[in-house]
Design a protein around this ligand. Structure first.
Ligand code: PEP
Ligand code: MN
Length: 322
């Protein structure tokens, strides 16, 4: 539900407070200098009556009209180029983990030939078991920087801890918050204070509302450069690693003005399902995809089964041109 006001007035704030007491989340956004309050819940007649009688709004709209009031020309500002525009399909590619200079050099060369602008690669890895490879940490950040300098890539890598924010921000253009950290509100608050874009991945059991509220922690603390990433949720289905919730794209576009991308690699856990998932993301007007690519997936230190090899990645990129 969207509640419109002429200006930020007492009614708007009283309504926000009222909703808070009822445990209903809401966001205040400004469009054409006029505030709109977005209520993250379904259209509800009794709530609508209450708002009309007690909070004097200018107008109340159904959620599918939210799009009109959200800034759809929003883009993510990276130093010299604007990206993640509404009509762009951005491809982020790279290994799950940065493992070696050889691995990154081979990938860099091929990704660059395919005109890929964003390289990903984990330096600090959130692994299910503490005995699994945990990432090369600062060494990985340096390797990412080396390759990015050579081929003019933008770097996306995950920050797991508050104590590493500065270090990761020094090397990367976009900081990733992983699925396991979507509920880490102290980390999110600190990321609100930096001036680099944040790629926020959906918690594997997070509702849309929880996902948007996690973004709100970053936004409210001062950082509006947020990209949402759907990476699959946990369901009873175990043929795939997670269940890629494609409907999150149109739904989150209704409920927010953040760009949204799809991560089919974690979303499916299977390299052979990446291509249809990427094409689906494009058909849904997602702003892009993040795909794991490895020169030798069988030897990968993490997520080999869901990584495309270079030939298959090439084939995917070319298939998107038609
Ligand atoms: C990743 O992108 O490498 C990753 C660990 O993803 P997620 O947080 O979605 O599991
Ligand atoms: Mn991975």
């Amino acid at each position: 539900m969207i509640v419109k006001y002429e200006k930020k007035n007492k009614n708007l704030y009283n309504l926000k407070e009222y909703l808070k007491q009822k445990n209903i989340n809401s966001l205040i956004r400004v469009d054409n200098e006029k505030p709109v309050l977005i209520i993250v819940s379904k259209y509800d007649n009794s709530l609508l009556n209450k708002i009309n009688t007690d909070f004097n709004p200018l107008d109340i709209l159904k959620e599918d009209q939210a799009e009109k009031y959200l800034n759809k020309n929003r883009f993510i500002n990276l130093k010299e180029n604007k990206c993640f525009l509404e009509d762009e399909f951005n491809i982020i590619a790279g290994p799950c983990s940065v493992e070696s200079r050889d691995q990154m050099k081979t990938l860099g060369e091929h990704l660059s030939k395919l005109k890929i602008k964003f390289i990903r690669g984990g330096a600090f890895k959130p692994r299910t078991s503490p005995y699994q490879f945990q990432g090369l940490k600062e060494k990985a950040l340096k390797l990412l920087e080396e390759i990015a300098d050579e081929y003019n890539f933008k770097i996306i890598t995950e920050v797991m801890d508050i104590k590493n924010i500065e270090k990761v921000a020094d090397y990367s253009d976009i900081l990733q918050v992983g699925s396991r950290n979507m509920y880490n509100y102290s980390l999110l608050k600190e990321l609100g204070k930096i001036n680099k874009p944040i790629l926020l991945k959906r918690g594997m059991s997070a509702t849309y509302e929880e996902f948007l509220m996690a973004a709100e922690y970053i936004y409210k603390n001062g950082n509006e450069n947020i990209i949402l990433c759907e990476r699959g949720i946990r369901t009873f289905e175990n043929y795939t690693r997670y269940t890629l919730d494609l409907m999150s794209v149109p739904i989150l576009k209704r409920l927010s003005d953040y760009p949204i991308i799809i991560d089919p690699s974690h979303g499916t856990g299977r390299w052979d399902l990446i291509k249809p998932a990427v094409h689906a993301a494009k058909a849904l007007n997602a702003q892009g995809v993040m795909v794991e690519v490895h020169p030798q997936p069988k030897l990968a230190l993490s997520d080999g089964p869901q990584s495309l090899n270079i030939d298959n990645f090439k084939e995917l990129v070319n298939s998107l041109k038609n």
